[in-house]
Design a protein around this ligand. Structure first.
Ligand code: PLP
Length: 515
């Protein structure tokens, strides 16, 4: 029982037993119980006089039993949420090496501009004559995306990368159906992000995996063999999820087009090539762009995302509404859905706040600044790779793009697994790298430092990784088996948490409550 009346949790889960303090807190690292456990039902902040219902319009359905909400004062409620928020690790607290996620710094200028009343206080149902500035932002953002990718069509409304994939494949399906060419299969490399096969399956396509070569790239010969008149599209990530550039991408695009199929590129890794390579020049027909990765904007528990999709000439006529068009010296929204076109992807026009942040980021960097983003992101990843390659095992030879993939060969016979290693990194004060993805190597550890880390912060991270790799080799297994030792919560049964989540609070049994 701690001071707030929280029944003692299993010691392993709460860390309380180890704390040695009466409260269960460790200095300013506060244990936090549920709101319901802190504020009894009987306590309320305000006592209102009994309401006299002159006319019961609820037809006898008015609640008579207690409502069951915790009674808390404002400071108690504020403290609860503030304490919980302090338990979150965030990009504003430290390096976040989560590969494939591009956890970069979000410039505060973005926030300042997004909070301007002209952007923050408008409503999507306002007459378009009153939101011309917002439409201009959408138009400009579309132009930047179009110029950076070399692709003429832009659908802004999808709300995340996965939603953009859905939009892209629906458009491909619409274009194929418009030419009376129903196709059945979508080719997806083995190293693909899980959303790729999920999207293809959701669009009722059969997913056909393409194997990888030993050097971590698409096996072009195997892909050619799979191409045929029933293939609708290939979904490929470039740079791929092993952090490698697909060198044969032009050859792949040509083969895909010769088979009458479309080339969908997963653009989540655009940060590695923005300002240097235009995917349209490589033969890409559709590509989503995670604004929340390449163009900053908070994500990962920190805010919503946005996944606009860019399209080639062939697919541009099929993009979903609403689209901003220039009209009579101003801007209008085109909302009609011609036959064979995909309908709306969202209720309104997309994540306006993200559009403002992304455009702010683009304008403050400029074309040359964005190019430097890609160059520095690649440089930082290679710095990490070179600094760790003697103690860890990079999965592929040669330089990488914006993220470096290690596997668990360096942990062989140490008794330490990728999971243990990642948990020990938490003790060192870092969010773990991406683990066990991509699936093409054993015990994957995917590290993406991004361009926003300084040399000093990279060195600190590298120092921690080296120390752990050396400790594993020296047989310091307890350090790993017990990790994380210093986190408020230790190892959880993640499988059980996913399979049998406890989503509602149950009042304790009277007997227990009296303890
Ligand atoms: C992040 C990511 C996605 C999915 O994007 P969301 O915005 O999270 O929906 C798809 N593919 C790859 C390679 C990614 O890294």
């Amino acid at each position: 029982m701690n001071r707030q009346g929280r029944p003692t949790a299993p010691a392993a889960a709460s860390g309380e037993a180890a704390s040695g303090t009466w409260t269960g807190n460790r200095a300013l690292d506060l244990q936090e119980s549920l709101l319901f456990e802190q504020g009894g039902w009987e306590r309320t902040g305000v006592d209102l006089p009994e309401a006299e219902l002159a006319d019961d319009r609820l037809g006898g359905l008015a609640r008579t039993a207690p409502i069951g909400l915790p009674g808390l004062s404002e400071p108690e409620a504020v403290r609860h949420y503030t304490r919980l928020s302090c338990k979150n690790y965030a990009i504003d607290m430290g390096l976040f090496p989560l590969g494939s996620c591009t956890m970069k710094h979000n410039p505060r200028l973005n926030e300042k501009v997004a909070a301007m009343p002209g952007f923050a206080d408008i409503h999507p149902l306002q007459p378009v004559s009153t939101v011309q500035g917002a439409l201009e932002v959408m138009d400009q953002l579309s132009r930047w995306l179009s110029v950076l990718t070399g692709m003429p069509g832009v659908a802004l409304s999808p709300k995340a990368g996965a939603h953009g994939e859905l939009c892209g494949l629906m458009v491909i399906r619409a274009a194929l159906e418009a030419r009376g060419d129903a196709r059945k299969r979508v080719l997806v490399p083995e190293s693909a992000h899980g959303t790729n096969p999920a999207t293809a399956a959701l669009c009722a396509y059969d997913v056909d995996p393409i194997p990888a070569t030993p050097d971590g790239r698409v096996d072009v010969a195997a892909m050619r063999e799979k191409l045929g008149p029933d293939v609708a599209a290939i979904m490929l990530t470039n740079p791929n999820t092993c952090g490698l550039f697909e060198r044969d991408i032009v050859e792949i695009a040509e083969a895909v087009h010769a088979a009458g199929a479309f080339f969908y590129c997963d653009g989540a890794n655009f940060n590695a090539i923005v300002g240097r390579v235009r995917p349209g020049d490589l033969g890409v027909d559709a590509m989503h762009i995670n604004l929340h990765k390449t163009f900053s904007t908070p994500h990962g528990g920190g805010g919503p995302g946005a996944g606009p999709v860019v399209f080639s000439e062939a697919l541009a006529p099929f993009i979903p509404p609403a689209n901003v068009v220039r009209h009579g010296g101003g801007f209008a929204l085109r909302e009609d859905v011609p036959h064979a076109q995909v309908g709306r992807m969202t209720a309104f026009h997309g994540q306006m706040g993200m559009f403002v942040r992304a455009l702010t980021y683009m304008l403050s960097h400029g074309g040359d600044g964005l190019r430097q983003v890609a160059e520095d992101a690649v440089l930082n990843a290679n710095y990490v790779r070179e600094s760790l390659k003697d103690v860890m095992t990079p999965s592929y030879p040669g330089p990488c793009m914006h993220e470096v993939l290690f596997d668990d060969r360096f942990l062989k016979d140490t008794g330490v697994s990728t999971l243990d290693f990642a948990k020990a990194l938490i003790d060192e004060g870092f969010h773990p790298m991406t683990m066990y993805f991509p699936l093409v190597v054993h015990g994957a550890m995917l590290v993406e430092p991004t361009e926003t880390e300084s040399r000093a912060s990279l060195d600190e991270f590298i120092g921690a990784m080296r120390a752990l790799a050396v400790a594993a080799k020296n047989g310091e297994t307890e350090r790993f088996a017990a990790a994380p030792r210093f986190a408020p919560i230790g190892r959880l049964d993640e499988t059980r948490a996913a399979r049998q989540p406890v989503l509602t609070w149950q009042p304790p049994e009277p007997k227990q409550a009296a303890e």
